[in-house]
Design a protein around this ligand. Structure first.
Ligand SMILES: Cc1cc2nc3c(=O)[nH]c(=O)nc-3n(C[C@H](O)[C@H](O)[C@H](O)COP(=O)(O)OP(=O)(O)OC[C@H]3O[C@@H](n4cnc5c(N)ncnc54)[C@H](O)[C@@H]3O)c2cc1C
Ligand code: FES
Length: 283
């Protein structure tokens, strides 16, 4: 088997911030990335150096690419949706238009597209919905039916821009507190929707717990499931092994780096249950 390598199109650039707007609890940021934009596929991510030159924050932070536009008044650009959370993301969200950031991209794997006109369901949790809108557009252009299900803890944490909503055949919202859409966790709504919509392929992106729940549902229904995993990453380029997840390897277990073998992976290959991992390793 040919070993997976860092995305061959990846380059390191100083990218100028060309827009930074608050969007509910998130920041929608646009960066000028020049020719890089032409090589970006839905599912890829970028790794951004945070904190400035004198910072003690030495680890890059990974961000899924919401949209890439390869032509425009500023040349190629990418859009990110960032939740100011800890030190790194808060630093990034406070960048002003005209500032530059050190950015590597595009990184990681991208979503695979069905060869036939499949009925697809795109499931996003919180800002995890961001990379699904470019995927929705691509699937629709290939003749697939695209149903989208977006969930979050509460209404204002659902990221669902207007133009994105127009690309999909149906949009279902769920919130844990019932403030919008169906009351409950997103995974509770999925089985009924799969039956009603005749879903053949699921794409998901969001917190690991949500992905694990969807992987189980996909297995029960025997349908394909591609998920974008969000394991903690330190280098983003395959060097540090921080981002590994266990996958099935015959009767055993193999650890793979989600920054180069992912973030988009086959949900059925990942061993979501840590007990199963320990048993397989005889620990
Ligand atoms: C593939 C991928 C896509 C993502 N997409 C998005 C997105 O679209 N929007 C978004 O808001 N966030 C996204 N994230 C999460 C993002 O990378 C950050 O984890 C998040 O913004 C919090 O970072 P922080 O610096 O604010 O918080 P902090 O708590 O300061 O840092 C958290 C992250 O920093 C790294 N880290 C910090 N210290 C260590 C350490 N000692 N050892 C190892 N690692 C350490 C880890 O990556 C950890 O996840 C994504 C993550 C991944 C892996
Ligand atoms: S984040 Fe360093 S190897 Fe994946």
């Amino acid at each position: 088997m040919i070993p997976h390598k860092i995305n061959r199109s990846a380059t390191q650039i100083m990218a100028e911030v060309i827009s930074n707007k608050k969007f509910g609890p998130y920041h929608h940021m646009v960066f000028a990335v020049g020719e890089m934009a032409a090589n970006i596929k839905p599912g890829n991510f970028v790794a951004i150096s945070v904190g400035g030159e004198q910072s003690s924050l030495i680890l890059r932070r990974a961000f899924a690419i919401y949209r890439a536009i390869d032509k425009g008044p500023m040349g190629g650009s990418i859009e990110l949706v960032i939740a100011p959370h800890g030190q790194g993301s808060t630093w990034l969200c406070s960048r002003a238009v005209g500032d530059f950031v050190d950015l590597i991209g595009p990184l990681g794997t991208s979503f695979g597209i069905p060869t036939t006109n499949a009925n697809t369901m795109l499931v996003g949790g919180g800002y995890g919905s961001a990379p699904l809108f470019a995927l929705a557009e691509l699937l629709k252009n290939r003749g697939c039916r695209v149903d989208m299900v977006l969930g979050a803890s509460t209404a204002n944490k659902i990221f669902a821009p207007l133009e994105g909503k127009r690309t999909v055949s149906s949009l279902t919202l769920t919130t844990d507190d019932g403030s919008a859409g169906i009351h409950g966790q997103i995974s509770e709504a999925i089985p009924r929707l799969i039956r009603e919509l005749g879903t053949e392929v699921i794409y998901s992106c969001g917190p690991m717990g949500m992905l694990a729940a969807i992987a189980k549902i996909a297995k029960d229904f025997d349908i394909a499931h591609q998920c974008s995993v969000e394991e903690s990453m330190a280098c983003g380029i395959g060097v540090c092994m921080t981002c590994v997840v266990p996958i099935r390897n015959g009767d055993g277990v193999k650890m793979v780096r989600t920054c180069i073998d992912g973030p988009v992976m086959d949900g059925s290959e990942i061993i979501w249950d840590r007990k199963e991992v320990l048993d397989a390793m005889n620990i």
